[in-house]
Design a protein around this ligand. Sequence first.
Ligand code: C6P
Length: 417
Amino acid sequence: MSMTTTESPIAEALDVEAIRRDFPVLHQEVHGRRLAYLDNAATTQKPVAVLDALRHYYSTDNANIHRGVHTLSQRATEEYERVRGEVRAFMNARYDHEIVYVRGATEAINLVASSYGGMVLKPGDEVVISGMEHHSNIVPWQMVCERTGAHLRVIPITDDGELCVDALADMLSERTKIVALVHVSNSLGTINPVREVVNMAHEAGAKVLIDGAQAVSHMPVDVQATGCDFYAFSGHKALGPTGIGVLYGKAELLDLMPPYQGGGDMIETVTFERATYNKLPAKFEAGTPHIAGAIGLGAALQYLNGVGLDRISAHEENLLRYAVERIAEVPGLRLVGTAREKAAILSFVMDVAHPHDIGTILDLQGVAIRTGHHCTMPLMQRYGLAATARASFALYNSRDDVDALIHGLHIVREVFH
Ligand code: C6P
C-alpha cells in the first residue's frame, strides 16, 4: 500500500456489515465490550458456511476415503477430491495432483525441506531464506542443512522491513539450491516481491518455496503467475478449520521427490522387503487425512471467492490506511514494519508499556490482538526487541474495530503514564 488517505472505490462495494453477519463468533461481548477481533494473523474466524459444511459432512457422509466400496465412503472421497480441484482453481495451479493436503503451512514446509531438500542438498550447497521468516520457514531448513552439510544464508532486511533484493542478487550462485521466502510477513506486514525473487532464483538454477500463510485470504494468489515451485498455506488462516493446509508443488518436482511419511494410502504395493509408492498426490498423504478439514476448507475458499479476493484486498488496504493514520494520534507509539508494499498487519511498541501489558489492557476493552515475538525471534533481534503488539485485519473488520483499538491504546497510556 502507499500511505495516502484516499479510499479505493472498489472497497466501498464490500458490505462489511453483511459479511460480519456470516461470522457468529464476532457477535459477542468480551469484558462487557463489543469484540474487536484483530488477531487474524494468528487465526481467522469461520463463516457459517464453513460450520455448516463440517456439520453436514459429519451428519451425512462421514466415512474413510479411498477405501470403502460403500456409498458413504464414495461420497466422502468425492467431496475430498472435489475440494482438491477447488484449491487448484483457487491458486491457479495446473493440475489437481499438484495440490497436497497437509496439516498446515508448517507441515508443508517441513515436507519440502525434508523430501526435496534431503534429495538435492549436498555439502557446500546453500539454502537462502530471509531475515523476516517465521520459525516454520527457518527451523526445517536448519534441520535439513545439518543433515546434508548445506549452509543456510539469510537475505537482510531494511529498517523499514523491506527485503534487500540487491543483497539477494549478490548471494545467489550455482551453490544456491533453494530459496524459501515468506509472501507476507506475519510480524511486519511486508509484502515481498515474490515474482522478482522467483525470477532471480530460477536464473541461478534454484527452486523457490513461498510461505503464503499470511497471503491467502487477503489477496489473490496465482502460483503460475508467480512461477514458484512450492507454495504453502494453512486453512485456519483462510477462514477454514485448523489441522488442514495445502502444499502446492510443481508436478515434475513432486514426482521426483521421495515420500515424506510412510503408511496407508501412500503405497501401491507392500512386502516385508519393500514398498512401491502411490502416484501423486497420494504419495504425500499417508494415513487417514483430515477429511472434514478439507471439506471445510473448500467451503472457506468458496466463501472467499464469493466475496472476491480483489475486493477483500482493497478493503483491507483502506482499513490499513485508516489505522496507520489514526494510530499516529497515540503519543509514544512506534510502528515496526513500514514497508511500501504492506498488508493489513500493524506491529508496534509503546514507550510506556510492555507489549503484554498493552495486550492485557486492550483485552479488557474487548480488543483482541497478539503480543510477543510472533514466532519470528531472529526478526525481533534485528530490531533489538523482545516483542511487539500486533493488530492484524481481515475482511470482516471495520473502522469500528480500528476505533476500538485506538481508544484502547489511549487507555493504555492513561494507565501506564
Ligand atoms: N503465524 C501468527 O500469529 P501454522 O502454524 O502451520 O498454521 O502456520 C505457521 C506460519 C507459517 N508462516 C507464517 C508467515 C505464519 O505467520 C505462520 C503462523 C501465526 O503469526 C502463529 S505463530
